[in-house]
Design a protein around this ligand. Sequence first.
Ligand code: NAD
Ligand code: UDP
Ligand code: UDP
Length: 343
Amino acid sequence: LEQKIETMNQRIPKKFPTVKFKNYRTKKRILVTGGAGFVGSHLVDRLMLAGHEVIVVDNFFTGRKRNVEQWIGHANFELIHQDIVNPLFIEVDEIYHLASPASPPHYMFNPVKTIKTNTIGTINMLGLAKRGTARILIASTSEIYGDPQKHPQEETYWGYVNPIGPRACYDEGKRVSETLSYAYAKQEQVDVRVARIFNTYGPRMHMNDGRVVSNFILQALQNETLTIYGHGNQTRSFQYVSDLVDGLIALMEANYTQPVNLGNPNEHTIQEFAEIIRHLVGSKNDIKQIKAVEDDPQRRKPDITRANKYLHWKPKVSLEDGLQKTIAYFRDELRISLKGQSF
Ligand code: NAD
Ligand code: UDP
Ligand code: UDP
């Protein structure tokens, strides 16, 4: 066995980061849907570095090949260009099901497609998990709590969602995704995990993502006015992407099957958040309020008691450290785009 591991390690081309098959027996074949996206690509990095075999399935709606280019050509890595609304027949041990647009402008761009991805797409992934007896983790969202009437949000809260509003394609899509997961668990004994992810930021967020972190950083870097939607008293709690990846892996490995909130409980108003970013970028631009968006949740903060208890997880990266890394990333991106290179 030792000999075999050594041979495999020697086969890794030098251009790749060091990947060690620490324990050959625990090496898994892992599917990451949406693996070319922001969160997915960071998860892929972590799984590849742990020595697993990773298959990414992505339709490149919001994801980019560039996010996973560091692994293209590696013997343990495969990139499949496919829409998960279509069935997929492959053999895997675990599925991280992340494929879905995540930012409001992206998921509202084609609401019908967002619903199809989160319903038909999730059925396909649960069908795959059932056939191959693979464990599946569904990326759900804090948006299933809607505009919450309970604060902070704990997993036992059922939420307050407008079923026909502009966010419904995503909120209700993810709620059905959760319902499907537990129906497959009960009826077909599929081994499911459900992560309710709260606002996450970090490098590799899409430049035109439209989410508040990328918007404010780009506005501050380009000497533009920072635009707040509405009065700015609405709150969010922001988690850095590496903390989320730790949580997703811990949840996949845990024996806990109920939904788990993964987020940073450090809550700020959007006004405060604009001021923090402006300060960190070193910009002196104005912050102005513009028209509010419809059905904007007014308060959001995760109760992470459950994640703490069952996964021994809590976020480690401070807002300032996480934002510094993200600002540095967007600075580079702007430099590249100014040189006229394509993405
Ligand atoms: P993202 O848009 O960067 O990544 C989503 C990926 O899924 C992209 O690569 C996209 O091309 C792919 N995709 C979309 N529809 C697909 C389809 N039909 N078939 C195949 N691939 C498809 O978004 P993200 O921020 O990385 O989010 C990843 C997951 O986490 C999503 O499920 C999202 O709902 C969830 N989530 C994210 C956040 C956050 O703040 N980032 C918060 C809550 C939940
Ligand atoms: N499916 C898939 N890959 C698989 C197994 C199933 O994409 O490896 C799809 C299949 O096409 C079906 C869905 O998952 O539409 C649900 O599968 P399930 O077995 O629950 O349903 P059935 O095939 O019995 O309708
Ligand atoms: N927001 C804002 N300016 C922007 C983008 C967003 O004020 O340029 C606000 C938005 O109205 C919401 C919060 O910031 O209250 C978070 O928005 P985002 O789209 O990042 O994520 P959400 O949590 O709403 O899905």
